[in-house]
Ligand binder design. Sequence first.
Ligand SMILES: Cc1ncc(C[n+]2csc(CCOP(=O)(O)OP(=O)(O)O)c2C)c(N)n1
Ligand SMILES: [Mg+2]
Length: 649
Amino acid sequence: MTEKESAALHRRRFLKGVVVAGGATIAVPAGVKAQAPERQTGSVSPPTAAAKANEREHPPEVDRLTTEKTGSDFMVDVCKTLDLDYIASCPGSTFRGLQESFINYGRNKRPEWLTCLHEEVSVGMAHGYAKVAGKPMAAVVHGTVGTQHAAMAIYNAYCDRVPVMIFTGNAGALNERRPGVEWFHSVQDGAATVRDFVKWDDYPMSLQHFAESTVRGYALACAQPPGPAFIVADTKLQEDPLDGREQSRLRIPRLTRPSQTAGDPNAVREASKMLVSAEAPVIIADRYARSQQAMDDLVRLAEVLQAPVIDNRSRMNMPNTHYLCQSERAGSLLAQADCILSLEPVDLFGQLNALRDQLERTDIPRTRKGVKVISISTRDLLVHSNYQDFQRYVGTELNITADAQTTLPLLIEAVRREMTSGGKSSIAMRGEKLRDAHNSFAERARAEAALAWDASPISTARMYMELWQVIGNEDWALVSDGDFSSRWPHRLWPLEKHYRFIGGSGGYGVGYQPVAALGAALAHRDAGGRVVVSITGDGEFNMAPHTLWTAAHHGIPYLTIIQNNRAYHQEVMHVQRMANRHNRGVRNAHIGTTIDNPNIDYARIAQGYGALGIGPVTEPNDLAEAFRKGVAAVKAGQPALVDVVTQPR
Ligand SMILES: Cc1ncc(C[n+]2csc(CCOP(=O)(O)OP(=O)(O)O)c2C)c(N)n1
Ligand SMILES: [Mg+2]
């Protein structure tokens, strides 16, 4: 007998013993005669002769416990009609039927089931994925508690206007619930927790209803402005048998993608007149470009007007190598502008006004009096009341409610027509000045980056410069930039293609960076071998370090760089600000805001999850070697992490 067989036998004997012992759960004290209880529910006693005769005449019906098809198989049929490559989840019994159908009946293909170790990852990775792939993937979350875990990631995707398909399970009918846990994970209204920050939700009452709502949800999630759609799959609908007759009556509607909204031609003509007649027009691009085409269109508009563009980086909007990309001079450009065109603004008021964050909060305009503001945006088409992501109201001169990306070619045409009829020589001169200004940007950024070049902890600018030396010759993509406010990559690196960058979280919920990076890296992998880099704050990374396991498990390579300032540094600064306000000194501001003592060993964490882990790197001269090793691992298909101990900012 082999060792394995002997262990199996041992285990069987052990289990038999447990079953036998289980029959005498209550030990009878010595000397007390055991009495049979009057009525023993579920007890097995020898059948009487009469009962045996009865059994022969009327044999008991054996429960049929298998079925060919269930409702969840049909649900998979529905999902397969949608353009879904992946479905991510942390398992939960409220969708056990659906899961089994996807992996067996659906053959685990289109969509392929991905394992995540937290529901926030399932949804957050779908968020990052959609911004690169340009289409949604799905996440399935356990009833109630899974939805609660997923909530912040759903909120980020909603604020960032990104399409995500989310499913959850729920045992709606109380007589269908297993006692205990299933009650705790059941609800009347599965979407209530997140309804304020999804675009649309439904709780289908039949399989036909499921088909229509899932297709509708997908279409709505993708329509501009996009957002998460949330569908509750009732467990009874999932698990009940589906017979041929019932199935033949079911219809899956065809997915029709809506056309996008383009600006009203009169309003577009009006906008072109205002832009052409302006002396100092400025374009702000915010949550604007979803494609390379949209970037190219923005370049065309800027060139035809010779107008500077401020890229707010919510998306990759404008190549920073183009002389009309003037984000570096945002303050002075806004102060001089007589006409501002804002494309899909996220916070227009915040951009046009400066808020003083002192004892008394006051705001002062950053723009000159009489400036004309034009906005082209789908913002007003998705506004909910409770969550305040809509920001302060700005009374613009012209508010064109339309998809800016779809409207831009029309605006370019209108501007061209307007210019030939009017003719403007000053426009060319404007361009020359902007070219001169642009020449100085890179030089200034490099001079600033040289400050504290040899410092340890390492300056963040040095980190980005060293990284560039390693990835500059690759086909690279940046999926998060550790500290959004430093803008180092946008200042130091050429970002000239749409897929180079994907913008930020949308809702500023910390934990987005490692999670969205995973999804973005998946989409980049499928697009063909780009070297994906995610620069992540240490606070951000600690919200979901286990993303590295999902990456290793599913073969999703990317390089995570921890911008490790051993603190929630932004919060250090907030507490310092409050301490200064009280004139109490800042020496205690580290309490509750730093992440040291002990220092976290991120390299070992990465190794534990199956990724390559390097660091901590504390000396700037060691960065190049660490990044080279990390990129080599990524190119070989393995996720890797480099822990860089950095200055606060
Ligand atoms: C879920 C969540 N919790 C807390 C915050 C508040 N917050 C904003 S920035 C930040 C610090 C993030 O730390 P890290 O990623 O290390 O970046 P650093 O500020 O150190 O550059 C925190 C905790 C938040 N935005 N979201
Ligand atoms: Mg930090």
